[in-house]
Write a protein that binds this ligand. Sequence first.
Ligand code: DX5
Ligand code: ZN
Length: 210
Amino acid sequence: MVKVGPSTLPIDVNNMKEEIANLERAGADYIHLDIMDGEFVPNETLGVELLEIVNDSTDILLCTHLMVENPEKWIEEFSETDIFTFHIEAVTPEVAESMIQELHEREMKVGIAIKPDTSIEEIMPYIDEIDMVLVMLVEPGLGGQKMMPECLEKVKTLRELRPELDIEVDGGINLDNVEMVKATGANMIVSGTAIVNSTDRAFVISQMKK
Ligand code: DX5
Ligand code: ZN
């Protein structure tokens, strides 16, 4: 069964509570909280304030996608997220190891994200210690981009290597390409624009889950 997680990126922060409740009623399995620091990526979002707003509005599973430099410095503030996902490009191997250990000590789940140009070799040293891999299908930093189908090869390979691993995919997923995305074995589908900007969110989510 695939799970569908709408991204918070296209949502107006002033309406965040109502929008999260609406997405939950529309059938969202979890919320994909996009956080940007203006350094790892040029754009910037609210930080922990956004997590607080979302956490206040719902008990739904929260997967936070941290597009930030020095993600180790964000662990304390984001300890209320269910899955803490950081980019492998933002850390050294030593920092990655110590973050995985710290997150697990805090009983948080750990995700590692890879950008389109990053190969899965980069995450293989950690693969059996983490809970999820996030394969980006666009360059992180902006919603509404076109999916890069060549990134799906990485998902296929990962799925062959680890049949049980949670694999999340993110970027440019819509009703026209979701079948192709699911065929790779990804089981956590993120979608911002295609769900949030739709006039029938429940329909889009149910089609994506099918
Ligand atoms: C991109 C973000 C994504 C993205 C999803 O940097 O991590 O979560 O906003 O939005 P769409 O589905 O519009 O690409
Ligand atoms: Zn994201």
